[in-house]
Design a protein around this ligand. Sequence first.
Ligand SMILES: [Zn+2]
Length: 234
Amino acid sequence: MFFRDIIGQTEIKRRLIQSVKDNYIPHARMISGPEGVGKMALALAYARYLSCTQRGEDDACGVCPSCVKYGKLSHPDLHFVYPIVKNDKKKKEICDDYLKEWRQFVLQNPYFNLNSWLNFMGAENSQGMIYAKESDEIIRKLNLKAYESEYKIMIVWLPEKMHEACASKLLKMIEEPPSNTVFLLISENPDRVIGTIQSRTQSFPVPPIDDESMRQALQKYFLSAPDAHSLAPT
Ligand SMILES: [Zn+2]
């Protein structure tokens, strides 16, 4: 995901790009907003830009070793936490047990919601959750040295789905982060995230996509112009 692939959000992108140029890298941001506004796309483009070794004026280069790994979401300093459904039979109980599916799912289209992810996992009738056990993984990963980048980046999708025990350990990590660690929390309901995490992250609200950008995107990717117009949000 590049900034140029993001639908609309011109001002939000400008702010993220400028913050990197100013070397202003908050160690924890809470990227919040309703479903479908592009929060994950923005987080991925920002993480890629931050890690790119040949940054351009307004986007990552796409060809440096870091960008190549971001193209597969396999950069060793990029970590993801996301709701999953435990599967005892298949011994799937932490995010990494679903990493292959997750990469495939996110690469396919970063505009998604929890239901589409649950469907993709084949768990449509279950509730996704970030289980208590995940906290050990978070701590383990962040205590590693950065392999290749200046920053270790942890993208936490839907922290409001996190088990309390995991949330309190995450809080500790956010309060005293290992050096050069960047947390990007992506939330649809930041009010459901424990208050102490909220207060220690920099709030970064993302507004709805403007109608014109949405119409253009629909027109470009999916539909002919008249239909796209009638589908754009009103
Ligand atoms: Zn690059």
